[in-house]
Design a protein around this ligand. Structure first.
Ligand code: ATP
Length: 597
């Protein structure tokens, strides 16, 4: 096996690109003095007695410049990501300066003309909209529009709140703080962060909206909906087919919306929670400032300063974006009014320093037969299988042990063998398929748990099927017109979504979303399961007789034959239902034939 290494394409030197964006005055600020001027879309000019400056940036956007116009400067980096370059786009600035507006947009899907035929309208609007959708939805749109066959996309979304990392795509009631790790193949990564396999633009936008909803926000003096956490929405792009040189491409797009710094307002009484947030936001931004300052000085000095990446979670996670192999674009958002002049001057100082940082970048590719990659894939596949197994068992009475056992044996065989490029490609596809199945099961089990609760309420109310259907239709329309993104799906056609009414403890009428299962469909499913179970048991019994006849007491090679451990495990499984008989039964048939010969 070859040594683990990231293959290097030609190295390029690249400065961090810094864009300054000045937001317009908000309604509540109308009439206030604007102190920021822009010149030739390159310079920021401030001429006040306390602050006089004229500074150059890669681009300066005044309040007139639309989101669509701004995205034109970002779009080339997204294309670079498709060639294997890691890319980061982040927004920095004081609270209320327009970071979230720049990255996500401002309630854009509500403001657009989204009707019941929402999908095409939504996409058309994203294409033509000038001012609502921010850099993240536009990045997603551009990425999927340019994705070639054989490219896979995975998506994750995290927030750092009070110096703890949380997964924004898990609707955990008690969120679990996650840990940062570093490995040779992965670089710096967050353990247990869910990575969703996304196949299209809709799925990806839906995840973005789901995560955004889970983010911590609070009303502050500066902003009605102030983000209280740093977020990173990450898209991982991988090729599933190696090129002629046996290389697989792998790159990341980090889309980061930082929390904004905020002054302690002595007049306002702040809650302890608010003060704690403020302290940890300001501390992490100070560390980010130090990192940027030292990196920019190191560019000029021979004596290198230490870079305090580890002093905050955000700098640790962005380590590669700030001082490593990444094409980095920073938006520095500023408010235009005199009231914020000190914060604006600080933000511009940060922007100047960031501009001095140069990075050495290269496209990433991994040798498909790299031992570390292979080990990682095998480990992941083992893990996913176990998860899948548990999920499947939790969902219905079908038992997947038999299948799992077969796959584990196959895995063991692969582990001992040197893998060819083709085999690694197969592993990657298997991994992807399992992730997709797991995601489906996860969303189904979520629906199921909601369903049993709501079914109860539905029956308590004694709603008839037609009443439920009527309410379902009303619900469907509300949901589509409210959201515009989520499709109410009914994947296995065994359930019908309804809105059920019920009385709460205070005897007040409430409505909730629920599901009803058509009874004949349930019966049919049970019947099918029973006959599958019977057939599998018969096969296993026959196999046992044949093995006995042939006095097969020693292990056989695994490929296409059955081992002693399989035999033993098969017997343990006799009383369990096996779901995927179509895949397991043909294999058993082959075994029988060989034994008879
Ligand atoms: N370019 C812009 N055009 C129109 N409105 C804007 C623009 N930038 C910001 N706003 C508005 O200003 C307000 C504050 O913006 P936003 O929430 O994006 O700030 P922020 O920097 O993310 O703040 P925080 O750090 O507190 O989360 C919002 O109401 C937003 O819609």
């Amino acid at each position: 096996m070859q040594q683990s290494k990231l293959n290097k394409s030609c190295l390029q030197q690249q400065s961090i690109k810094v864009y300054v964006r000045v937001r317009p005055l908000l309604k509540k600020e109308l009439g206030q003095e604007c102190i920021i001027k822009t010149d030739q879309q390159k310079y920021v000019v401030i001429e006040q007695s306390t602050h006089i400056l004229k500074q150059e940036y890669d681009q300066v956007f005044d309040e007139q410049v639309s989101q669509a116009e701004i995205f034109k400067y970002i779009s080339p980096t997204i294309h670079k990501a498709l060639q294997g370059y890691n890319t980061t786009i982040m927004a920095y600035g004081q609270t209320g300066s327009g970071k979230t507006h720049t990255m996500f947009g401002s309630d854009w899907e509500y403001s657009l003309n989204i009707s019941l035929g929402h999908q095409s309208t939504f996409i058309d609007d994203l294409q033509t909209d000038q001012n609502h959708a921010g850099m993240i939805p536009r990045t997603i749109y551009t990425l999927f529009n340019n994705l070639q066959q054989g490219y896979y996309v995975y998506c994750s979304f995290l927030q750092i709140y009070n110096e703890k990392i949380y997964d924004l795509l898990q609707d955990n009631k008690v969120p679990q703080a996650l840990q940062i790790h570093e490995s040779k193949t992965e670089g710096i990564y967050v353990e247990q962060l869910t990575e969703y396999a996304v196949n299209n633009l809709y799925d990806c936008l839906t995840l973005m909206k789901r995560g955004e909803k889970n983010r911590m926000i609070r009303q502050t003096t500066m902003n009605l909906k102030s983000s209280r956490s740093h977020t990173i929405f990450q898209l991982l792009i991988e090729t599933s087919k190696a090129d002629q040189g046996g290389q697989l491409l792998r790159s990341k797009i980090n889309l980061c919306d930082l929390a904004g710094s905020e002054k302690i307002n002595k007049q306002d009484s702040m809650s302890n929670a608010h003060l704690n947030e403020l302290k940890s936001i300001n501390q992490s931004l100070t560390t980010l400032g130090k990192v940027i300052q030292n990196l920019s000085q190191n560019n000029k000095n021979i004596n290198k300063l230490p870079i305090p990446y580890r002093e905050s979670k955000i700098t640790r996670l962005l380590q590669d974006s700030l001082g490593g192999n990444t094409l980095t674009n920073i938006f520095v958002n500023v408010a235009p009014n005199i009231y914020n002049i000190d914060e604006t001057a600080n933000s511009l100082k940060f922007a100047q320093r960031a501009r001095n940082i140069t990075q050495i970048v290269q496209a990433n590719s991994i040798n498909a037969t790299d031992q570390e990659l292979v080990n990682k894939l095998l480990k992941e596949i083992d893990y996913l299988k176990q998860l899948l197994n548990m999920k499947r068992k939790g969902l219905n009475s079908n038992d997947m042990h038999f299948k799992l056992m077969k796959i584990q044996e196959e895995n063991e065989r692969l582990r001992q063998a040197n893998l060819s490029v083709n085999e690694v490609e197969k592993l990657m596809q298997e991994n992807r398929k399992m992730r997709e199945e797991l995601q489906k099961l996860q969303s189904q089990s979520h629906e199921n748990s909601e369903s049993s609760h709501l079914m109860k309420h539905g029956s308590e109310e004694g709603l008839s099927q037609s009443e439920m259907d009527k309410q379902y239709n009303t619900y469907q329309q509300t949901k589509l017109s409210n959201n515009g993104l989520l499709i109410v799906s009914n994947p296995n056609m065994q359930k019908t979504e309804v809105t059920v009414r019920y009385k709460d403890r205070g005897n007040k009428m409430q409505t909730k979303l629920g599901y009803v299962e058509a009874s004949d469909q349930v019966l049919q499913r049970e019947k099918r399961l029973m006959s599958e179970r019977k057939r599998v048991i018969e096969r296993l019994e026959l196999l046992e007789q044949l093995q006995f006849k042939n006095s097969l007491n020693s292990s056989l090679p695994l490929n296409g034959k059955i081992s002693r451990s399989s035999k033993k495990n098969s017997y343990n499984l006799l009383n369990r239902t096996v779901e995927e008989e179509r895949t397991s039964l043909p294999k058993l048939k082959i075994v029988e034939r060989r034994l008879i010969q």
